[in-house]
Design a protein around this ligand. Structure first.
Ligand code: 9D3
Length: 242
């Protein structure tokens, strides 16, 4: 996957790209991220990227010209790409969008907004407008990083252990079950006996029950999309009785 990121603050992304899974994916050439400072695409002596809003009001608006120049420059090589604008008005990013991005697209341009907004005409350059959730950030950089992170770990070979992707809470459609490692007892807190039993069927059932319980408590909305097996229904009625 190749990502070009257009931003006024490229340094916000560098530390994350230089650690852990993203770093390794880059070393393995599974991920190639290029950061471009939008200010480098200005043409005036003051390197202006914002201006007052037509119609009045508080705050500044991101000017269209430097963003158009940057996107034109990136498109010079003629390779197909998906242009994504990160914005609070965008479609909420989900795991299923991450899966679509990982499957369908080799190459992305992320445009990170700042200020109160971005000149609306920039949207004629974009294929998608994406938000990462209903809270207010200071700009699109962290959102771009979230999308790059979530998509990269779905690229085959990016995770050391390929099983990890499949095993996850979201592929179950449920929240994860609790995890324990050594020691068996820590500050008086014991690891549940069943996990030490070696009884794999009992362990599987315990984990499924914990996942169902946790999901019912924290995210009942997720359960609407889960198809329950006969065993699930049995576990759920057990939970109801408790
Ligand atoms: C009151 C108007 N505000 C919109 C909610 C103005 C505004 C606030 C923050 C405009 C832009 C921003 C900066 N945020 C992003 O660029 C952003 C974002 C976000 O704030 N939340 C979730 N996802 C995203 S993606 C880009």
């Amino acid at each position: 996957m190749k990502c070009d990121v257009l931003t006024l603050f490229p340094d916000i992304l560098t530390a994350s790209l230089d650690e852990s899974i993203l770093k390794r994916a880059r070393e393995k050439k599974l991920l190639d991220v290029k950061l471009y400072n939008i200010r480098d695409f200005t043409t005036d002596v003051h390197r202006t990227v914002d201006d007052y809003p037509f119609g009045g009001g508080a705050g500044m608006v991101f000017k269209p010209e430097p963003i158009f120049k940057a996107v034109d420059f990136l498109k010079e090589d003629g390779e197909p790409r998906k242009v994504i604008l990160l914005s609070p008005q965008g479609k909420p990013f989900t795991q299923s969008m991450a899966e679509d991005f990982a499957r369908e697209h080799r190459r992305f341009v992320f445009i990170c907004g700042r200020y109160e907004g971005i000149d609306e005409r920039v949207k004629t350059l974009t294929d998608e407008e994406v938000s990462i959730g209903d809270y207010v950030l200071t700009g699109g950089e962290l959102a771009a990083l979230v999308v790059i992170d979530a998509v990269t770990r779905l690229v085959p070979g990016a995770l050391g252990d390929e099983r990890s992707v499949e095993d996850e809470s979201f592929s179950w459609g449920l929240l994860d079950y609790p995890h324990y490692t050594r020691p068996r007892e820590f500050r008086g807190l014991k690891v549940p006996e069943v996990l030490l039993s070696g009884d794999h069927k009992a362990i599987w059932r315990w984990r499924r029950k914990q996942a169902l319980q946790k999901t019912l408590m924290m995210r009942p909305d997720l359960l609407e999309h889960v198809e329950h097996t006969k065993l699930d229904k049995e576990i759920l009625s057990e939970i109801e009785e408790e």
